[in-house]
Design a binder for this molecule. Structure first.
Ligand code: FES
Ligand code: ZN
Ligand code: ZN
Length: 301
């Protein structure tokens, strides 16, 4: 197998892009796709301060590396979720990555902010681990970004993640979620802008980028993700992709073209949470503060 561009030995075949690439051209392609995505969706400029949500996994570490190489000013934020074993290991990968490159990494322990980690939260609050964890992550990452004066919070969602989320939203016709599924969401008040610069890169490309660039990342998945719906959705899409290359990309791109149809007629009104002062669409305390209250009472609610 030869590289489509330089004819040297290729290490990866990307059927969806009709390319076979050598290490050098895979790295170049990945960085180019990210640079173009940032510009096309006006995600941020080199003058702005970026906070990368770092999990220790391949996507977030690759994102941080790419932004750095493209000349953006990016710090990292790692949330110690308090998941037995997994959190300690993922934290180690994140800290090592930052230290080796002399990058600034904010480390926030969920237990300190919430009174317990995700393992403990799952025991006292109703709901699936991933959705509870999602609430906690969104809140705390936004908090770190806002308090730190960052212009934008960047996350490592890749094409496989986005296509699976989209499929899940379409299956249930979640119009509200569809309206908010976009590579960049503007900030408002204390809600910091959010951007997903990797949405047009497949998981395989990102993993290959890490291996070639010598980025060490945690391979294991979060133990709470076992049996999660998102994994089943990814599985279905992988089957389709095998048979019909570029399914995921076509699905996502096609959606972005028609997404305007799902815009809410009236914008969601945000108020300040009476407890923490952060924005919320809910009447009364925000979801995070409500979870915190449950944790402090220690009983399932
Ligand atoms: Fe949050 Fe797994 S990473 S529940
Ligand atoms: Zn090449
Ligand atoms: Zn609150």
């Amino acid at each position: 197998m030869k590289c489509t561009i330089c004819k040297k030995p290729a290490v990866i075949k990307l059927r969806h892009a009709n390319l076979k690439l050598c290490p050098e051209h895979l790295v170049a392609r990945v960085e180019k796709v990210v640079a173009e995505t940032i510009k096309k969706f006006h995600m941020f400029t080199p003058a702005e301060k970026i906070l990368v949500a770092v999990s220790g996994g391949k996507d977030s570490l690759a994102l941080w590396e790419i932004l750095r190489k493209l000349g953006y000013r990016a710090d990292g934020a790692y949330l110690d979720l308090g998941i037995e074993g997994y959190s300690a290991r993922s934290r180690e990968y994140s800290e090592k990555f930052a230290a080796a490159r002399e990058l600034k990494l904010h480390v926030v322990a969920v237990e300190e902010e919430l009174g317990t980690g995700i393992d403990g939260l799952v025991r006292v609050a109703r709901g699936k681990a991933c959705s509870l964890c999602g609430t906690v992550k969104r809140y705390l990452l936004n908090h770190v970004a806002y308090e730190g004066g960052y212009h934008v919070l960047a996350t490592g969602h890749n094409l496989d993640d986005e296509a699976a989320t989209l499929l899940g939203n379409v299956i249930r016709w979640e119009e509200g979620y569809l309206a908010r599924q976009y590579p960049v969401l503007p900030g408002e008040g204390k809600l910091v802008r959010r951007a997903k610069p990797l949405v047009f890169l497949s998981e395989r490309e990102v993993a290959a980028y890490c291996v070639i660039s010598g980025i060490q990342y945690i391979y294991e998945e979060c133990p709470h993700a076992v049996g999660a719906r998102s994994i089943a959705l990814k599985h279905v899409l992988n089957k389709l992709e095998d048979r019909y290359p570029a399914t995921k990309l076509t699905f996502l791109r096609g959606f972005l073209k028609v997404r305007d149809r799902f815009r809410p007629r009236e914008p969601v009104e945000l108020r300040d949470c009476p407890i923490c002062g952060m924005p919320t669409a809910a009447e009364g305390p925000c979801r995070f503060c409500r979870l915190k209250e449950r944790v402090s009472h220690g009983a399932p609610a």
